[in-house]
Ligand binder design. Structure first.
Ligand code: GTP
Ligand code: MG
Length: 210
């Protein structure tokens, strides 16, 4: 899969605007300003395909990017940003909740967490909810470049313990240095292959004699 073959598809403010689910979706979620859009830019090797900002709340809709005619990357609005109105927060939450619960082609939710900070309640709640729904998720601990290797290990172990994860379940990442990028690409490629596999299985069912 060539991640640099990427194009912006659309920006959805409601589920009716989503593209047909012909390719797998990998969605990127996390607190406002954690680095979701920067991670996607790094993944596709574009400095500014997805707009990033030092001000939280930059991404406000579901932004779809088509990669290599085989995968949708979905940049989600961030959560936990105090300076938006209650009303706006509710409508974002509603949209994301319905998206995760109903999107049949969502193969993985990448949950991005700041490696520098202790586990936040909203991150924990998101992962608990994904577990409850049996939705596959991949935690990515980002901004690793801000820490030395020892602190990276120490903080990652604390997050692992808080989320009941093992090191094999998550990735330590940096959009600045590209740390963890190969691991992330490998995991995503495997998820895409899995989606194609299940497609074929469905086709076979149709052609099998009854
Ligand atoms: P919203 O769309 O507002 O929810 O934010 P976001 O999660 O998409 O964050 P974004 O990618 O816009 O990045 C927020 C800020 O963090 C920007 O100033 C980025 O340059 C910075 N940033 C993102 N990733 C990293 C990283 O890995 N290392 C460092 N040092 N800074 C990062
Ligand atoms: Mg963003």
């Amino acid at each position: 899969m060539d991640f640099s073959k990427v194009q912006f598809m659309l920006s959805a403010h409601s589920l009716g605007q989503l593209p047909d689910p012909i390719y797998p979706d990998i969605a990127f979620a996390g607190r406002s300003n954690v680095g979701k859009s920067s991670l996607i830019n790094r993944l596709v090797r574009r400095a500014n395909l997805v707009k990033t900002s030092s001000r939280p709340g930059k991404t406000q809709s579901l932004n779809y990017f088509l990669v290599d005619e085989g995968l949708y990357l979905v940049d989600l609005p961030g959560y936990g940003f105090a300076q938006v109105s209650q009303q706006t927060r509710k409508s974002w939450q509603g949209l994301i909740t319905r998206y995760v619960e109903t999107r049949s082609s969502l193969v993985c939710m990448v949950v991005i967490i700041d490696l520098r900070h202790e586990l936040k309640k909203l991150d924990r709640e998101l992962i608990d909810w994904l577990r409850y729904l049996h939705k596959p998720f991949l935690p990515v601990y980002t901004k690793a470049d801000k820490l030395g290797r020892n602190d990276q290990r120490k903080n990652a172990a604390l997050l692992d313990a808080g989320l009941t994860l093992t090191p094999a379940d998550r990735i330590i990442f940096s959009s600045r240095t590209g740390q963890g990028l190969d691991q992330l690409k490998t995991k995503i490629a495997a998820l895409v292959t899995g989606f194609q596999g299940s497609d074929e299985a469905a086709d076979n069912d149709l052609t099998d004699p009854i």
